[in-house]
Design a protein around this ligand. Structure first.
Ligand SMILES: Cc1cc2nc3c(=O)[nH]c(=O)nc-3n(C[C@H](O)[C@H](O)[C@H](O)COP(=O)(O)OP(=O)(O)OC[C@H]3O[C@@H](n4cnc5c(N)ncnc54)[C@H](O)[C@@H]3O)c2cc1C
Length: 378
């Protein structure tokens, strides 16, 4: 007997889950709120680790395609002092495939492949334990029931309240994201400064990070410790939709930093405000039959290169567990066992990334450098 399985969310977690189930010839309904794959910009580049995201792609049968698309040279990492002095410059070895980069849009399209996603199906609520299974309510007023509902709907999950009362809290660090296009032809000096991968500058309680994506596109993240209402407190009111107002407030915040570094902000096209939220470290819940969570919905953590990787591996592992279920009565036991395995690994990464954020955006910029010296291969 085949189970009625739905996954809410078509991000890295949900699509990997669906793709691995598809590989095992299992049907799964993918419910995504966005009206179309390109309804909003897909976001920046992701580095996929050999033992996490790449392992998941292997389980989906997509590793060779990933290797053809990804950018091993994107593993390059350069750290500058605020005066522009190069402090570190790590270049990957030619055969290094440990953490190659891939654009999020490329990864999404790779995972989508033959999947039949139901676009424009925002879920508002999930109610476990009804007579016909787990009830899913949609924003358009419709409802459907399933045997298993997997919440892969990110930080502000609408599935999570069915099994946990946890909600994300602000870390005290905000990112403001901007981007540059055609950097090699329009800003060759900046292109050289950034190199093939990432470039970062760490100051007191603030940092600027630039990451090369494919096609000469660069994402820049201004990061700083500030109250959530930094743009409206202290008698100021910065309209976050006003590009020039945000630009000048950031230039003031990073005042005194080397001119080429500030050019990243001067040439940025638009600014996206991203206060960093997290779920409590080691978030777990009392198991609820028929509902579970994956990825950011389960363990939102600081963006230090683990979230998408974990999300994908969890998606792949849950799919394999579900595909291996021998009979109808065994589905729930498989999900319960998966959750316990997920909690241990995610808890470990939540501790690492939480401690990492404390050191990267801290009163002591030398801490950021020390962190990189600990994790970068020499
Ligand atoms: C600036 C930045 C850089 C990062 N860099 C990295 C990196 O290099 N490596 C890494 O591993 N991680 C990185 N991360 C973290 C990574 O982006 C997330 O951990 C990852 O996207 C989580 O995947 P997910 O599928 O769980 O959730 P999401 O990617 O958030 O996907 C959730 C999906 O669910 C959909 N959805 C939401 N609500 C509903 C609803 N009610 N109904 C239906 N659909 C819904 C959304 O539209 C979305 O498609 C970074 C994060 C940030 C902010």
């Amino acid at each position: 007997m085949r189970h009625r399985i739905a996954v809410v969310g078509g991000g890295p977690a949900g699509l990997t889950f669906a793709r691995v189930l598809h590989r095992h010839d299992h049907r799964v309904t993918v419910l995504e709120r966005d009206p179309a794959p390109d309804a909003r910009p897909p976001g920046g580049t992701l580095d996929l680790r050999e033992k996490l995201g790449q392992l998941a792609l292997g389980k989906a049968g997509l590793l060779a395609e990933f290797q053809a698309l990804s950018r091993p040279e994107g593993q390059a990492m350069r750290i500058l002092d605020t005066d522009g002095t190069v402090l570190r410059d790590w270049q990957p070895r030619p055969d290094d495939r440990a953490n190659p980069e891939i654009d999020r849009g490329q990864l999404r399209d790779l995972l989508l492949g033959p999947l039949d996603v139901q676009w424009g199906r925002g879920v508002t609520e999930v109610v476990p334990g009804t007579r016909d299974g787990v009830l899913v309510r949609f924003a358009d007023g419709r409802q459907e029931t399933f045997d298993l509902v997997v919440g892969a709907d990110g930080a502000w999950s609408r599935v999570r309240p069915a099994i946990s009362s946890a909600t994300p809290h602000y870390t005290g660090v905000t990112l403001v994201e901007t981007s540059l296009d055609d950097v090699d032809t329009r800003h060759p000096d900046l292109a050289r400064l950034i190199g093939d991968g990432s470039m970062a500058v760490y100051g007191v309680n603030r940092a600027l990070v630039a990451q090369r994506n494919s096609g000469g596109h660069v994402k820049v993240y201004a990061q700083f410790r500030a109250p959530l209402d930094w743009h409206t407190n202290l008698d100021r009111h910065i309209d976050l939709a006003d590009v020039e107002a945000v630009r000048s407030s950031l230039l003031a915040l990073f005042d005194g930093w080397a001119a080429p570094v500030l050019d990243l902000l001067r040439h940025g096209a638009a600014f996206v405000h991203r206060p960093l939220y997290v779920l409590p470290v080691s978030h777990t819940w009392a198991h609820v039959p028929g509902v579970t969570l994956l990825g950011d919905a389960a363990h939102l953590m600081p963006p230090l290169g683990a979230g998408a990787n974990l999300a994908m591996l969890e998606g792949a592992e849950l799919a394999e567990s579900v595909a291996a279920v021998p009979g109808p009565g065994d589905l729930d036991e498989a999900v319960r066992a998966f959750e316990e395995q997920m909690w241990v690994r995610a808890g470990r990464w939540a501790k690492i990334t939480t401690a990492g954020l404390e050191r990267l955006v801290s009163p002591y910029p030398a801490e950021a450098l020390a962190l990189f010296d600990e994790v970068q291969p020499s």
